[in-house]
Write a protein that binds this ligand. Structure first.
Ligand code: 5AD
Length: 353
């Protein structure tokens, strides 16, 4: 065992803090160190957030998007994609069905679709809150006023990935946006009292270990309640069609390091990881992850929410998928969380119902 890596991991378990150089050393170390890294992250996960796994039901209600993100299949210039919008009633029905299956958090996600204006979303949030669930929104960059209205309507959490902490790479990937605007949104969400989720992709073209270390340090600086970390997967109808995908190994190292640095964060075992590695979810749950988002969108829409290829297998109903997943968790000795799954950070236990 390389004692430098062991020393770094000991420090991380003890202090939940690492320098950029130390993070880079772990990201670039030999694969033979994976075991100790993953075990350290698993230990910190168990110690700080316990064994329970939080299941979230995600409804992907519109694939319209005004943005041109060069990695994403929903980008507005992609004319190969059939677009759809669910009606508020259909979204409500999907949430009602998910709640009946036992989901205690509903995540509403879409492309950046301004058809769903501030009042429409607020009315939907108010309806969902009557079901007694936590509501997470993931609708991209909107104005402060919109975020405020939705928070007042009862939205508990907001997911807005920072995608990459590197400003130059960010600009390349987002020709019609800028990183400062993204970070402004994240600070508004924080100010408004949302539980904030962010995160990044792993294996983006041109992304270095130093940039990945910056991603982890940014998540720590933002002190996020949730961090979604998944591999980049090239989509054929995007400018990055020919780029290589991120690897499961690097993604798992990032998840493990995120757990070491953010012991109380909710870390999902992402769908993107499960897409490139059939055991991705199990592996992520064994190296720091404690959350899984399962798709509860009606089957007819699934294949159209194609952020990257093969994202949604449209063959498993919400009920069957949940049952299957509960069996997998039972096999891992990990119980399904029974509580609503707010951030374990004390401020949220006190102020958000
Ligand atoms: N590969 C992996 N993840 C992607 N996302 C978008 N496009 C891709 C892709 N090609 C992720 C982004 C976004 C989330 C909804 O999906 O991180 O925030």
């Amino acid at each position: 065992m390389n004692s430098r890596i062991q020393q770094i991991l000991d420090k991380a378990v003890d202090k939940n803090s690492l320098s950029k150089e130390e993070i880079i050393a772990v990201l670039l170390c030999e694969s033979s160190h994976n075991d100790v890294l993953f075990r350290a992250a698993d230990l910190v996960r168990k110690r700080h957030v316990g064994d329970a796994v939080h299941l979230r039901g995600i409804i992907e209600f519109s694939n319209y998007c005004r943005r041109h993100c060069s990695y994403c299949g929903l980008r507005c210039a992609n004319k190969d994609l059939q677009r759809y919008r669910m009606t508020p009633d259909a979204i409500y029905q999907a949430a009602l069905d998910a709640a009946a299956l036992g989901y205690r958090t509903i995540v509403l996600q879409s492309g950046e679709d301004l058809f769903f204006d501030a009042d429409t979303v607020a009315a939907l949030v108010r309806r969902l809150k009557k079901l007694g669930v936590a509501v997470t929104l993931s609708l991209g960059e909107r104005t402060y006023e919109e975020y405020r209205l939705w928070r007042k309507a009862g939205a508990d959490r907001y997911l807005l990935k920072h995608e990459t902490a590197d400003p130059v790479l960010y600009q390349k990937l987002h020709p019609d946006a800028n990183q400062a605007g993204r970070l402004d949104c994240l600070s508004w969400l924080r100010e408004l009292g949302y539980q904030v989720g962010s995160g990044c992709m792993v294996g983006l073209p041109g992304q270095t270990a130093e940039m990945l270390a910056a991603d982890l340090l940014l998540l720590k600086e933002l002190d996020v309640e949730m961090a979604g970390i998944g591999p980049f997967i090239p989509h054929p109808s995007t400018p990055l069609a020919e780029a290589a995908a991120g690897t499961a190994e690097m993604t798992l190292r990032m998840v493990a390091l995120a757990r070491l640095l953010l012991p109380l964060a909710h870390l999902p075992a992402t769908t993107a990881l499960a897409t490139i590695d059939g055991y991705g979810r199990t592996k992520a749950l064994s190296c720091g992850a404690n959350v899984v988002m399962l798709n509860v969108t009606p089957l007819e829409y699934r294949s159209m929410y194609e952020i990257y290829p093969n994202k949604n297998r449209a063959d498993s109903t919400p009920a069957a998928a949940r049952r299957q997943f509960e069996e997998l968790l039972a096999g891992l000795g990990r119980p399904v969380a029974e509580d609503v799954g707010h951030s374990p950070k004390s401020k949220f236990q006190r102020t958000v119902s």
